[in-house]
Design a protein around this ligand. Structure first.
Ligand code: BG6
Length: 514
């Protein structure tokens, strides 16, 4: 959602070249190029476009095209809902495939940048790309700084002609100090407006919809504050384990992998003040303020967990410690729950409880807003103890939905209250264009709209909030790991975290009437 697209409706993006560092990698295959295919399918890819894959693997352009064609064909023919057709569309592929070029080289060697400079100059002249280049760093994070240094050194991001932008994937740093150092390093070669720090959660339709729900309706905003809201619960539950990423996960853990980035994006959308416009700087300033006023989380307000063996959706699965590339006795967390306090005028006294974990009962993400109880004097004679407070639930995935749970009288001669719900499901109302989730984000990079990307100050403020936990959890403490069975709703200590505040988590398993 951008100011420009709101006003004009979608148009093909302007002419440019796109260079993907890590062109033969997994992210490029699974997400970036399929998203470009969908943009081409929707007529949103630039009409004059060149796509250059750069990587260490020896390959030529024809080989790269073939590899990606076959990969996307397999995704499409296996019936994946991210694509509109049942097989790859020749006219769409022709547009994309013909634009593809491959350059082989080492990210740390000058030769690659010399070759790229030549390649880009040739393409710019033949395809009239206006000097515009989007560099996408789909590489392990240790290469982010060195690649940007070399782009600077070889004059590839000087913006003397056209624009040059750099997309940086997650993780942006692994703590506050490293995020600051990386920002300082890349800001030597780039201006802040050239940097697009991506968080794919912001590509999810319902996440962008939070701003529309809050700010386009007179209904919600007046009650969106400490006078009416008791607390907020944000759950990002995953049924998968760590898949084949044991080595990565052992260095990362659930806190770094999910909280200061994905969960905090959901917090920011929920808690931010209304921006003066949807311009990138207006929105990002309001989001950064949320973390500027959030208190650093103290270790007593957080719980970590690690899954043991168990069963998910009826399948037996092993403990984290028995996954490939995981150390026996590992103290790395696969689950985090925490209480976040936002000390500002709107949210003082309204805790935000966050939890995320692997091997929970199902893939499910929601933001649940719990409203304060009405004064129940009128209902003292009815089933008072059963009267629920109202909930507004924004479901992010797998269904994109908004549900309002409230109290109503059960039919019959007695006054008995029951909680009922009004449900809005995106798919019931809209014909959604199939998407892998990166389309909006890539399109916004092409048109230079940074609204959905993170600014340096926002990233650093988010790391500052979790830094006390990173410090406390960095020394292999004596843990009781594993402390939750795969397929359960997390460790008992997470329930205790809310119980001591007189609250409880919403169930992750679907309620029978939802
Ligand atoms: C990634 C994390 O950034 O997000 C993964 O590294 C996680 O561990 C994934 O599984 C979740 O994203 P999504 O879109 O599948 O909910």
């Amino acid at each position: 959602m951008s100011d420009q697209s709101l006003r004009r409706g979608p148009q093909p993006a302007p002419a440019c070249a796109m260079v993907i560092f890590g062109g033969s990698g997994d992210l490029t295959k699974r997400l970036v190029v399929p998203a470009l295919y969908n943009l081409a399918d929707q007529g949103l890819l630039p009409e004059r476009f060149a796509l250059v894959g750069a990587d260490r693997l020896a390959m030529d352009s024809a080989g790269w095209q073939c590899q990606l064609h076959d990969f996307i064909e397999t995704m499409i023919s296996s019936g994946r809902s991210e694509f509109a057709a049942k097989s790859i569309r020749a006219d769409v592929w022709q547009k994309l495939g013909h634009a593809m070029h491959y350059v082989e080289g080492d990210f740390l060697k000058d030769e690659l940048y010399e070759t790229l400079a030549q390649k880009l100059a040739t393409l710019d002249e033949s395809d009239q790309l206006g000097g515009n280049v989007l560099f996408y760093l789909a590489v392990p994070d240790r290469f982010f700084g060195p690649i940007v240094d070399r782009l600077g050194k070889h004059g590839l991001v000087r913006e003397e002609r056209g624009w040059q932008r750099v997309v940086i994937e997650k993780p942006f740093g692994h703590d506050l100090a490293s995020a600051k150092a990386l920002n300082a390093q890349i800001l030597k070669s780039l201006k802040e407006e050239q940097i697009f720090r991506i968080d794919h959660f912001l590509g999810k339709e319902t996440v962008q919809n939070i701003m529309a729900v809050r700010f386009a309706n007179g209904l919600f905003e007046p009650i969106w504050n400490r006078d009416r809201i008791d607390h907020v619960q944000i759950t990002v539950s995953e049924d998968i384990g760590i898949e084949h990423r044991g080595a990565f996960y052992e260095k990362t853990g659930a806190l770094r992998d999910m909280v200061p980035n994905h969960l905090f994006q959901l917090v920011a959308m929920t808690a931010m003040e209304p921006p003066v416009s949807f311009s990138a700087n207006a929105v990002r300033a309001k989001k950064a303020e949320v973390f500027g006023s959030a208190r650093p989380v103290s270790p007593d307000c957080a719980v970590r967990g690690q899954y043991g063996a168990g069963s998910v959706s009826g399948n037996a699965v092993c403990a984290y410690q028995n996954e490939a590339d995981v150390a026996a006795g590992s103290a790395v967390e696969t689950f985090v729950a925490l209480k976040l306090t936002i000390d500002n005028w709107r949210w003082a006294g309204v805790p935000f409880y966050l939890r995320t974990g692997k091997r929970l009962p199902r893939r499910y993400t929601e933001i649940a807003i719990r409203f304060k109880h009405a004064p129940f004097a009128l209902f003292e004679e009815t089933h008072g103890e059963a009267i629920e407070a109202d909930w507004l639930v924004l479901e992010i995935q797998p269904d994109e939905a908004i549900r309002l749970h409230f109290n109503a009288k059960r039919p019959g001669p007695y006054l008995v209250l029951d909680d009922v719900s009004m449900n809005f499901k995106y798919s019931d109302w809209f014909n959604q264009a199939p998407a892998v989730g990166y389309e909006t984000l890539l399109y916004d990079c092409f048109i230079g709209d940074g609204t959905l990307f993170q600014r340096a100050d926002q990233i650093e403020a988010a790391w500052a909030v979790v830094q006390p936990l990173l410090d406390a959890w960095s020394t292999p403490a004596k843990t009781d790991f594993p402390n939750y069975a795969a397929g359960s709703e997390g460790p008992e200590a997470a329930d205790e975290l809310l119980r001591r505040d007189g609250r409880q988590w919403r169930p992750i398993r679907p309620a029978s009437r939802d």
